[in-house]
Design a binder for this molecule. Sequence first.
Ligand code: SF4
Length: 256
Amino acid sequence: MVFRKDNGKIFSTLQPKKMLKKMEEIVKQLNNTFSNKSTEEVLKYFLKEYKGEIGLSSSLSYEDQVLTHIICSIDKTAKIFTLDTGRFFPETYSLIDNTNMRYGIHLQVYFPDFKRIEGMVNEHGVNLFYESIEKRHLCCQIRKIEPLKRALKGLKVWITGLRRSQSVTRKNMKLVEYDKDDNIIKLNPLINWSEDDVKLFVKKNNVPYNRLHDKGFPSIGCQPCTRAVKEGEDIRSGRWWWEDPEHRECGLHQRN
Ligand code: SF4
């Protein structure tokens, strides 16, 4: 296999440009190798090869619950973490508990830096995100991106529940990507799954899910930035609905 644990040591001696080129080659080879494999096969390989250096960032979405289910069937000790922004729905907190109980695990919860939250809220108000894209990004930066960077520290592979068909901003994503900002391999095992595939898996395997999904919320984030959508509307249209569709990302997956 082309991408092994010791690659990091080898590449750390390379110049940034050469390193980027090398990582792009590796990612290309990994995509060729794994594109026809099942999600379980992909996860089995990466969880074994990167034991202790791989983690799922879970937003408790349908997709992340599917991944949690599969990961726990392979290795319950694998790192699964969530970024508690402090603005979640009560249903999301209940789901953290239910997931821990169902799989006998402890989701690792990362919180934002309280001093930065205090500074932001005292300067711009509690609901600053409605005022401008810049202020919305500031809030996502402090509540999500900074804790994510802490959570990813020491990891070589970051597992995500991204699917290509989720939104216009995700249509070009691949199974394996290189995130050069964090110097980490991003693994998107559900990249080719449809919304129906995900729902069917949840139903068939009795996977715990956010009850808001039954109330018209296909995609769930922070309470003030998420609303229910109507039948037939884009599944991400309830997130930051006051912004243009191409801006509707929190920055976790769009820093390349
Ligand atoms: S989704 Fe909304 S409340 Fe949550 S971090 Fe981003 S701007 Fe802040």
